[in-house]
Ligand binder design. Sequence first.
Ligand SMILES: [Zn+2]
Length: 364
Amino acid sequence: MYTVPELEDYSPEALDRAVADLIAALEEESHSIADESQWKEFRDRWMARKNGVLTQVNDAWLKAAPGPQKREVGKRVNELKASVEQKVESAHESIAGATADKAIAAERVDVTLPGIRRELGAEHPVIRTMNEIVSVFKAMGYSIGTGPEIETDYYNFESLNFPPNHPARDMQDTIFLAGQEHKAQRDRLLLRTHTSPVQIRTMEKQKPPVRIVIPGRVYRNDAPDATHSPMFHQVEGLAVDTNITFCDLKGTLDHAMKSLFGSSVKTRFKPSFFPFTEPSAEVMISCPFCGQKGCRVCKQSGWIEMLGSGMVDPALYGFVDYDPAKVSGFAFGMGVDRLAAMKYGVDDIQLYFEGDVRFLRQFA
Ligand SMILES: [Zn+2]
């Protein structure tokens, strides 16, 4: 950076050289000014009354000049003063101009550019399938039941007829919350392994008749693969009233399957076991994909296992203060992820949860 030199030689040639050096420095410093605050620094450095470059020139050159040379030096100092003032002013104009240019550029709209597209979303295939199932039952007068996904052992197992140490608990590999060893078993928290706790919670709050359909997420300690996921979806249903029979169960589920898969679909009931229903039945439908000729989906059998069902075990009514001598009912449940996979020909259910837009876009 330029510093004002002491002059020893006051000849006109030496003075011209000193002036030229100063003007060159002034010019160079003015080029690096980019904004208002840098310009102020520049102005003060050159023009400040106290110790600005011009003040220093006045002291070091003019005041120090020997008498006969004062006139010659004074003339040059006055010219320098004019040059500095002019430079400071023009530097300010050029940064103001640059700022204005930037503002104009920022506001300019190029009307020839394409517009911004808004991507349209689509219902996820699992949610869409779940909504379809729910709407079939809503049309039959069922209302939607919901409940917490973090449940107590009591609601998830005990009240559904899975007593502690009952072997049926082994069928469902449960994810428990950590650090609850101090609690009584029935109070321990877990991720619900089925939507069935909502049946109990609803019956606790509501006297019969009850007709609910329960869609929701459930969790089991299953390693993810093409047909398993630690989080998946179920839809369950419960109907409790006076005089509900197994015929009502069959008629309701047969109607539901025809609504979902077409009126030519047949249903078949096969004895099964669930702790909370007695008797229990697996419901199979005739394969809607091949018309029972045999295909990959039905594994050449012509039939597909669709849901679990049964008459509500009267023991459950004891947990919710219903009178088993007066009421009866049925319950059913199905896995949504598998059903959606079948319907849309998805061969790996992990695709549902990876969030890959290329996969999801196929359902838009
Ligand atoms: Zn088939």
